[in-house]
Design a protein around this ligand. Structure first.
Ligand code: BG6
Length: 505
């Protein structure tokens, strides 16, 4: 395609629009596709960020025609879209929606998919470019990948790109993720594989890089000389919804700690990349993940929990073992907390406390840097009774923003110092709402920008952190906590043992 000589890719006024292409979604009838992917496609179209020549193909077992599929896609997009609904935008999209029915081991269905793609090249000018989104259970990956290899669909050539998007969890331990990586790499070239960790698509997470590396203010204190500890929390008030089948086999550590929380840790702890490129950012994150140390005393510093019946926002919540599809003597954890170290000059000795859980009091994700106390306080002890540790809190969600907590004099005739908070809120500072993580990530896949996608080696380094914890927990029963509480008592004790406590987000 001829390029426009007046168009400079660095010009921020020009939207980044992908080349003509198709998006093929395997598992199009699943939850993720309905709640996130289809709405994201609509939102991108609505924002004018999809190429004019674009096609959407859904692949699933259900016996549907293009019309039924298009209707499902429309109602899913309409229900969950972030941007206002415009029928004309959807109608334009709907013209290039196709559905292919079949099971993953059905050769004919894959042949049909390949011929559909080839046909769309002519009718819709998609230029042969296609991204394949595997929104399917990990156990199905090998079958689908082999089908793609067999039909030649995975092959990028100088005239067309073919990319694959793989949802987490990527494997369920180091060994299986290695096998999976080897399999994916045997079908697609490394640059064409996009591993999704949707936390990296969140604005607030990307802002960590801006906060740290575009400012002078924070970096000088961003180290073990000044930071006492780091707390990374991802709390959810919801339970497991209809995902018992998946969750029973996965648990909180594999579902969230292995990916979202370790990626947040990596971005918090990494060194400055030599340039803002996918390669350099991923290199720095990998160095951190490789430097993570797992506690020796796991009984104290690696805690699992499982929610029991309780109350949340005035509503009774059932216990995990009573959820539909969950075994009544399940030992799957719905909460995990661990104290990790980062063995580098910058962070040696600073504990990184990570925790995640379902049915906690509220939905909140945050990264908190808790600073050391001032080495000397020239006040009477009673003056500073109300003074805590300085804290810098990055609120990933909700109320996206940042809070700086520090001591300030209380107005009056005595020197009384108390904690105050200074807030930055995205919603107040910027008029434009942040795109959804999947919107950003889908767009990046179609553009071929891998900056926000973890590399193979990162995924493996993350499993190397999780495996010893899982080994330690194997055969044990998680502590229980009531739905609506901040996790089991043992997680409080874990911090109390070192004279600290969890922040109440
Ligand atoms: C997913 C997990 O990766 O993230 C879910 O599998 C979890 O269990 C979800 O609920 C949370 O995402 P978000 O963006 O709502 O914080």
């Amino acid at each position: 395609m001829p390029t426009n000589p007046l168009r400079d890719p660095r010009d921020r006024r020009l939207p980044r629009v992908p080349e003509p292409c198709a998006l093929v979604v395997f598992g199009i009838t699943g939850d993720l596709a309905r709640k996130k992917l289809l709405p994201a496609v609509y939102d991108l179209a609505n924002r004018g960020l999809l190429p004019t020549n674009f096609a959407l193909l859904g692949f699933a077992r259900r016996d549907w025609g293009d019309v039924e599929f298009s209707e499902l896609a429309r109602s899913a997009a309409r229900e969950h879209a972030r941007t206002p609904w415009r029928e004309e935008v959807w109608e334009r999209l709907a013209n290039s929606v196709r559905f292919v029915q079949g099971s993953f081991d059905d050769d004919n269905a894959f042949d049909e998919l390949a011929s559909n793609l080839a046909e769309l090249e002519g009718t819709h000018g998609i230029g042969g470019n296609a991204a394949f989104y595997l929104s399917i259970p990990p156990a199905m990956f090998p079958t689908v990948l082999k089908q793609m290899a067999r039909t030649g669909m995975a092959e990028s050539t100088p005239d067309r790109w073919r990319r694959v998007v793989v949802e987490k969890p990527f494997g369920n331990d180091l060994q299986s993720s290695r096998e999976l990586n080897a399999l994916v790499d045997s079908v697609f070239t490394a640059d064409d594989v996009f591993r999704i960790d949707h936390y990296l698509g969140k604005e607030t997470v990307q802002n960590l890089l801006a906060l740290r590396f575009a400012n002078e203010l924070f970096e000088p204190v961003w180290n073990g000389h000044h930071v006492d500890s780091v707390q990374i929390t991802m709390a959810e008030d919801v339970g497991i919804g209809g995902r018992a089948g998946f969750y029973e086999k996965t648990g909180a550590a594999r579902d969230v700690l292995q990916n979202h929380l370790l990626q947040l840790l990596a971005l918090t702890a990494m060194e400055e990349p030599v340039e803002f490129s996918a390669e350099e950012i991923r290199t720095e994150k990998l160095k951190v993940l490789r430097a993570v140390s797992v506690p020796e005393d796991k009984a104290r510093f690696a805690v699992r929990g499982q929610y029991e019946q309780g109350w949340l926002a005035g509503q009774r919540a059932t216990g995990y073992r009573q959820e539909e599809g969950v075994s009544p003597d399940s030992t799957t954890e719905t909460y995990a907390a661990v104290r990790l170290g980062v063995e580098t000059r910058r962070w040696a000795g600073v504990p990184f406390y990570l925790r995640t859980g379902k049915r906690l009091p509220r939905r909140v994700t945050e990264i908190a840097l808790v600073f050391k106390r001032a080495p000397h306080l020239p006040f009477a002890p009673t003056d500073t009774e109300e003074l805590g540790h300085n804290q810098l809190v990055i609120r990933v969600q909700p109320d996206e923003g940042m809070t700086l907590k520090f001591g300030s004099k209380v107005p009056g005739s005595v020197m009384e110092v108390r904690d105050v908070a200074m807030d930055f809120l995205y919603g107040e500072q910027f008029t434009e709402a942040s795109p959804e993580a999947y919107e950003r990530l889908l767009l990046d896949v179609l553009l071929g920008d891998a900056t926000l996608f973890p590399r193979n080696a990162e995924v493996e380094a993350s499993w190397a952190v999780i495996d010893p914890l899982e080994d330690f927990w194997a055969g044990t029963t998680p502590y229980s906590y009531r739905a609506g509480e901040w996790g089991p008592r043992a997680a409080e004790d874990m911090l109390a043992a070192e004279g600290r406590q969890w922040r109440r987000p």
